[in-house]
Design a binder for this molecule. Sequence first.
Ligand code: NAD
Ligand code: IPM
Ligand code: MN
Length: 374
Amino acid sequence: MGNYTITVLAGDGIGPEVTDQAVRVLDAVAKRFGHTFTYHKRLVGVAAIEAEGDSISEATLELCQKSDAILFGAVGGLPNYDGRFKVKPEEALFKLRKGLQFFANLRPVKPLDSLLNASPLKAEIVKGTDLLVVRELTGGLYYGHLEPPVPGKPSAIRRTEHGTDAIDTLLYTEAEIERILRIAFDAARDRKKKVTSVDKANVLSSSVLWRQVADRVAADYPDIAFEHILVDACAMHLIRRPSNFDVIVTENLFGDILTDEASVLAGSMGMLPSASLGSHKTVHGRLGLYEPIHGSAPDITGQGKANPIAAILSAAMLLQYSLGLKDEASAVEAAVAQTIEAGYRTEDLASTGARTVNTEEMGQKIATTLVAQA
Ligand code: NAD
Ligand code: IPM
Ligand code: MN
């Protein structure tokens, strides 16, 4: 029985709707296992820009660093928002990821058997899929480098003598590539012992270096099967033969795109959680940022349609990686699976014969199932 502090950054759009349900399930974990979770709720995204003048304040960032873990909803994209402020709500994510050096983003994709028919792909193709995308999170195109450097402006729209242009640069150091590759190989040791490194080495210099470093790291892991795939081909293989993959490791933008694609395997964007980890240690484990892979979904905000399972499974990852509570994490995953097996579905997964529930009802069902398991 332990005491833990969690900073909760619910954010914009459906962020607060799904995060409320993740907190409800954490409360159920506390009740069943006798832990105390203290939540520090802070503003992030549009609300923080309006109230505090920035997408995330320095005070909130400091609080995050002192917590045992950070639970994040989503930021950005509210209707009529874009262009109203100079600061983008999404910058909060970059401040958290880069500021706290969360360089490894783990995105597991393990479709539930009872949701095989929720995917537009054939069930026999999806069946057996259990993969982990290890996305590099603090480098690449998201953090460009201009010469001469422009403080606070990693990329820029510029006026030149030839007209207006825009520049984004893609830089990776050998050290950045090596550390993310090692995370992937270490993860594969506890899984199906296979790593697929995804790049665009037929075009990009950063990918040529990526491939060289990957080959060198792979030599340290003779027990792990290893392959390179080009990213365009990977996008195809991911939906042709998803069950052949184990750990997929790739750079920032490729990982972003491939995981939205992979959510189709799980049935919905509302099903995929993530953990962002770095080297900050806490007394209980590693400091981490936990968030669904989806965004603020302005098209369904405020309608009770958001699927909270990605947020709830992100809370399970929080329990496992930052708090070291493996049994509790498994209990959350089991409660999610049982609730789906019992036929409850949010609208994104709705099918004939299913019992359609709203966001809050889904959270309540999962929390009740979790407590009832005891
Ligand atoms: P999105 O992920 O918000 O939505 C894509 C589609 O998936 C929409 O049709 C949405 O309704 C659906 N969807 C997403 N989550 C769902 C859920 N939990 N349940 C049911 N359906 C769900 O992507 P978008 O529309 O391209 O982006 C909207 C805003 O979100 C943008 O401003 C973007 O920058 C931001 N965004 C933020 C994060 C984040 O905070 N981590 C991640 C991705 C996008
Ligand atoms: C994600 C999101 C973010 C990203 C956006 C909102 C900046 O799409 O977490 O997947 O591209 O990393
Ligand atoms: Mn994304």
